[in-house]
Structures are given as structure tokens and as C-alpha cells.
Design a protein around this ligand. Structure first.
Ligand SMILES: Cc1ncc(COP(=O)(O)O)c(C=O)c1O
Ligand SMILES: N[C@@H](CCCC[NH3+])C(=O)O
Length: 439
């Protein structure tokens, strides 16, 4: 990133509501970050409710006939679940914990999909007890385990997760469409076809469709078209062999957002148009009715709505570097350490006329690798007590946060029309000690 790009520090990556004020503060959802940091302490996560709702509406507008299921692993809390329900978005969960929280918040279980490459007995029992809409089968062994739990006379709707042989995404660790990884059933070695045959022969399961998820942070449309083609090919063979026309295909999530200045996220309108055109063409050629499309975006619904706010605790100059250490780090945002993911900080709360300097923005955890952003420009006069905020913080930060070094996890507030609401309180040392029974 050039030094200039950061001094200009436009708010393109920030929520649409973000406004710079004359004194160097930034308002998000009408709430000044300095006053939020004063009131709730730092590190602090801020989620702009209107931004989440706007993204949900953008999906509904681009995919009016599809089922859009938010991938709860990106971030989950009860208020968010209610906003999504109001915006007619379904959910994708991957544990009993996520499912139970959503249902406790009033989310209708029949609009939830349950995922997991290794579903526990509790995951499956919870899914059946709460009446989850669909279980996405990820292995042949799961077929009998699930069927055995379905009460007599009832049927559980399921999808089969297929490995389409197409992978994409920002890092090897999140590419999931290739052969020889832990997710899904291979088309190439026949496992997917075998699972389909088994499900069709299992009276307590109803196969509604095929699923794939090729990876995360994908900005191009082409990999989705290729994956859709594979699923439609299998669907056509199933129709030929068994006379069963599956009513759904699920292309998973993975839609990219801009994480750096100048970057672009996926173009939803283009994605929708090209998927729909190809779906229509392929089904016409096969002489089959079109299936309903399901999608599972996580990041693309919430990432840009989130901002993380930190307080600078220390500035250290060494022979070749300047370290700016904040009161968070890999505990609340493990993405830079895990994937080298970008993080674009800006000074908030005062105007600095000092020239930008390259610094390493680091956390306060006991690891040399606790670097939030290496070699990023911040004003040369940055000092302890300053606030630094990082945008695009709404996905896979708090949901992947840990209490490493017994620093509790940060709170999260929602902002809307100038009003902050505390949605998740700070995790205090007491919360952590309570689990330690001392014996
Ligand atoms: C099965 C499945 N669906 C959806 C998602 C959501 O991905 P993203 O947040 O990149 O949209 C994931 C995570 O990558 C996933 O594993
Ligand atoms: N946690 C990953 C994406 C999620 C992968 C889940 N299948 C990231 O931050 O990029």
C-alpha cells in the first residue's frame, strides 16, 4: 500500500454511514467512535445495523427467487439473527451451538441449514429436535446415523455436499472445492453418486438437492459457473438413473468483499445474471425444470458493517522498525496471523499533520507473530492513548476470537441513527475464572 493511499485514507472500505468529522473522529451509524470507545472501552467492535440490512436487501434484489442463507460462522449474535429474519434471509449453521442460539433468538428452524464435516451426536439431535430445514450430508456414514434419529413416519430433508473439483479463495486454508480435503463427497471417485443412491434408498430421508462450497473471498464469477455446471451434471444423471428431479442446488458462500483500498468485491448482479442464464440454458438442454438456487454468503453480508477500535498502548522504535502496539491483536482478530489477511488501520479521534510512517501494527499477545498489519502507514506522531480503527471487521474476527493470555474477548455494539446498543458485553477475567474449578 502506498503511503499516499493511506494518508488520503478515504473511507471506501468502511460502512456507507462512516463520516469523518473536522476533529478527526469517525462516525459509524451516526455514533462517534471516540465516544463509543470512552463509554464501552477498547478493544471495541462496532456493527452498523443499516449496513447489514442494506447488504441483505442487495442479496434479495439480486437473487429474488433464491434462498439466501447467511453463514453464521462469519459472526453470530441474537440481534443479528433477528435483523436477518426481518430481511427474509435464511441461516446456515455448523454446530448445535449456532443452531440453538438462532432458535433461541426466535429464528425459524425450518429456514436453517445444518453443515459440518463431522457432526456430533448433539448436532444431529439438536437439528431434529428443533426441526432444522435441511441437513447437508458430508459423509456416507452420516446417512445411517441421521436416519436412525428420525422419528417413525417422519422424513428429514437433506442435501448431499459434493466436491466439485473447483476451488477458489484467498488462501489454501479456505479452499474447499478440491479433491482430497476433509469436506464433501467426491464426484470423481464416485462417493457423491454412492451417497445419493444411499439417501434415495433411505425412506426417512428426503433428498432435496446437491450442495458445494468452493472457498472463501472469491471475487470472480467463473468458478461459481463451473461449480454450478458440475452440480447440474450430477442432477441430470440422477434424473436419468432414478427418475428423481432434485428441486434445489446450493452453491455455498465465499463471495468476496474489498479488504484493501482499490480492491473490489464480487459483483452480485453479474453473479446472479450469469448463474441464472447458465442454469436456464443447462436445464433446457437437459429437458429438466430449473432447480431453486440456494446461496450461503457469510462475509459478504457482515464484513463491511464491522469496525474494530483499539487504543494504542505502546510505540517502540527498534533499529529498523516502529512497532505500534494496541490493546487487541490476534486474540480478537486471528486472520492476519492465520492467513496473512490484510488490515487497514487509521488514526481516529485527532487530526495529525505529521507525515505518514511505515509501522508494524501489533497486538499485545505473547507471540512475535501477533502482527495485525505489517508495514502500514500511520502518522509519525502516533502515540500511546491514540485510537486506531480497522474496517472490514464484521466477519471472522469476533467469531474466531480467543481469550489467549486471558485477555477477555471484546464487546460489540450496534450503531444506528446515532444510537449505540451494547449487543455483546466484554468478556471479563471473572468470566474466564468461572470455568476454572480450582480442583
Ligand atoms: C459450507 C459453507 N458455506 C458458507 C460459508 C461462508 O463463506 P463466506 O463467509 O466466505 O461467504 C462457508 C465458509 O467458508 C462454508 O464453509
Ligand atoms: N475464516 C475464513 C473464512 C471461513 C472459512 C469457512 N469455511 C476467513 O477469515 O477468511
Amino acid at each position: 500500500m502506498s503511503l499516499l493511499a493511506s494518508t488520503e485514507a478515504d473511507l471506501a472500505l468502511w460502512p456507507d454511514s462512516a463520516r469523518l468529522t473536522a476533529d478527526g473522529d469517525v462516525r459509524v451509524g451516526g455514533v462517534p467512535l471516540t465516544s463509543a470507545a470512552e463509554r464501552y472501552g477498547t478493544p471495541l467492535y462496532v456493527l452498523d445495523e443499516d449496513q447489514v440490512r442494506a447488504r441483505a436487501r442487495a442479496y434479495r434484489a439480486a437473487f429474488p427467487d433464491a434462498g439466501v442463507h447467511y453463514a453464521a460462522k462469519a459472526f453470530l449474535c441474537r440481534a443479528l439473527v433477528r435483523w436477518l429474519d426481518e430481511e427474509d434471509i435464511g441461516l446456515d449453521v455448523c454446530s448445535a451451538g449456532e443452531l440453538e442460539l438462532a432458535v433461541a433468538a426466535g429464528f425459524p428452524a425450518d429456514r436453517v441449514l445444518l453443515h459440518g464435516n463431522a457432526k456430533s451426536p448433539r448436532d444431529l439431535a439438536s437439528a431434529l429436535r428443533l426441526g432444522v430445514g435441511r441437513v447437508v450430508l458430508d459423509g456416507v456414514g452420516e446417512i445411517t446415523r441421521l436416519a436412525a434419529l428420525v422419528p417413525p413416519g417422519e422424513r428429514q430433508r437433506v442435501l448431499v455436499r459434493v466436491v466439485p473439483g473447483i476451488s477458489a479463495g484467498h488462501h489454501d486454508k479456505v479452499r474447499t472445492g478440491d479433491e482430497d480435503q476433509k469436506f464433501g463427497l467426491s464426484l470423481t471417485d464416485g462417493s457423491a453418486q454412492h451417497a445419493v443412491a444411499r439417501v434415495l434408498a433411505t425412506p426417512r430421508l428426503e433428498l432435496t438437492g446437491l450442495h458445494c462450497h468452493i472457498g472463501s473471498q472469491i471475487a470472480e464469477v467463473k468458478p461459481y459457473l463451473a461449480a454450478q455446471r458440475r452440480l447440474l451434471g450430477l442432477r441430470a444423471r440422477i434424473a436419468e438413473t432414478y427418475g428423481v428431479v432434485l428441486p434445489e442446488i446450493d452453491l455455498g458462500g465465499g463471495h468476496a468483499v474489498a479488504q484493501r483500498p482499490g480492491e473490489r468485491g464480487i459483483d452480485l448482479t453479474d453473479l446472479a445474471r450469469r448463474l441464472r442464464a447458465e442454469l436456464a440454458e443447462s436445464c433446457r438442454a437437459a429437458g429438466l425444470p430449473e432447480p431453486r438456487l440456494l446461496l450461503e454468503p457469510g462475509r459478504a453480508l457482515v464484513a463491511r458493517a464491522g469496525v474494530a477500535v483499539y487504543r494504542v498502548l505502546a510505540v517502540k522504535r527498534t533499529a529498523h522498525r516502529v512497532f505500534v502496539a494496541v490493546d487487541g491483536g490476534m486474540g480478537d482478530n486471528p486472520r492476519p496471523a492465520l492467513y496473512g489477511a490484510p488490515c487497514v488501520p487509521r488514526l481516529v479521534g485527532r487530526v495529525s499533520t505529521a507525515a505518514p510512517h511505515r509501522v508494524d501494527l501489533v497486538g499485545r499477545h505473547c507471540e512475535a507473530g501477533d502482527v495485525l498489519a505489517p508495514a502500514v502507514p500511520l502518522p509519525a506522531d502516533i502515540r500511546p492513548g491514540d485510537l486506531v480503527a480497522t474496517p472490514v471487521a464484521g466477519a471472522y474476527q469476533l467469531s474466531m476470537a480467543s481469550a489467549y493470555n486471558l485477555h477477555g474477548r471484546p464487546p460489540l455494539i450496534a450503531t444506528r441513527e446515532g444510537t449505540p446498543r451494547l449487543l455483546i458485553r466484554r468478556e471479563e477475567p471473572d468470566d474466564l475464572w468461572l470455568r476454572d474449578l480450582g480442583g
